[in-house]
Design a protein around this ligand. Structure first.
Ligand SMILES: C[S@@+](CC[C@H](N)C(=O)[O-])C[C@H]1O[C@@H](n2cnc3c(N)ncnc32)[C@H](O)[C@@H]1O
Length: 197
């Protein structure tokens, strides 16, 4: 998977990495920044998604589509699709440009709007990457987990970088007997959960 990344995907990843770096340096306001995952977290979610059982692959928080490109590697390997949710119109436009330029539009369903309105209808989830505002993590988790297939995987980003705000959610997940979970110190820290069979 990582040895055969298509050239248009590599090129768009590089340009998004540069845009993300500039955001951090020039003090762009938080809402406008890409706030994307680092490459090692991209590799991590791609590997996890490629090991997920049959079912839907979803992402909550698209931004410019960088993490979606990593997930697309797992999808193209197994002929699967990914559904990704983004609330801000300017990010939706940027992500659309990303998917067109990287030539992955045929495997990505980009859903504009509040993910919380669509998630209840998302059934048979095999893999979920949760990377939106931290205030909605618990709500997203509570909707997604009952809709996951046995062995389904959920990865939530920023649980170390945003430890204070996410601590109550992480503690509840670690104590949730429906899943096996742990915190993995990669990138900003991810919470990895697998639904019990
Ligand atoms: C941290 S960024 C996502 C970065 C992206 N996953 C990446 O690594 O390239 C979070 C994104 O979630 C979006 N977002 C926040 N709340 C949302 C919601 N309720 N529904 C959909 N998207 C949301 C934000 O607009 C923002 O673009």
């Amino acid at each position: 998977m990582f040895h055969t990344i298509p050239k248009p995907v590599i090129e768009r990843m590089k340009s998004l990495e540069e845009m993300n770096q500039c955001d951090r340096q020039d003090g762009t306001p938080a809402k406008k920044r890409l706030r994307q995952i680092p490459p090692q977290t991209g590799r991590f979610i791609a590997l996890m998604a490629s090991m997920a059982p049959d079912g839907k692959i979803i992402e909550i928080g698209t931004s410019g589509g960088y993490s979606t490109l990593w997930l697309s590697l797992a999808c193209s390997d197994r002929g699967r699709r990914i559904t990704t949710f983004e609330i801000l119109p300017e990010k939706v436009a940027l992500a659309k440009q990303t998917f067109d330029l990287a030539k992955v539009s045929d495997m990505v369903d980009l859903v504009p709007g509040d993910a919380l309105s669509y998630l209840p209808d998302c059934k048979k989830i095999a893999f979920c990457f949760l990377d939106a505002e931290k205030e909605i993590y618990q709500q997203c988790y509570d909707i997604v987990v009952p809709n996951m297939v046995p062995g389904g995987i959920l990865v939530a980003d920023n649980v170390i970088s945003h430890e204070t705000i996410l601590k109550p959610m992480v503690e509840r997940v670690l104590a949730d007997t429906r899943v096996d979970a742990l915190v993995v110190p990669i990138g900003s820290g991810v919470l990895l959960c697998m639904k019990q069979a």
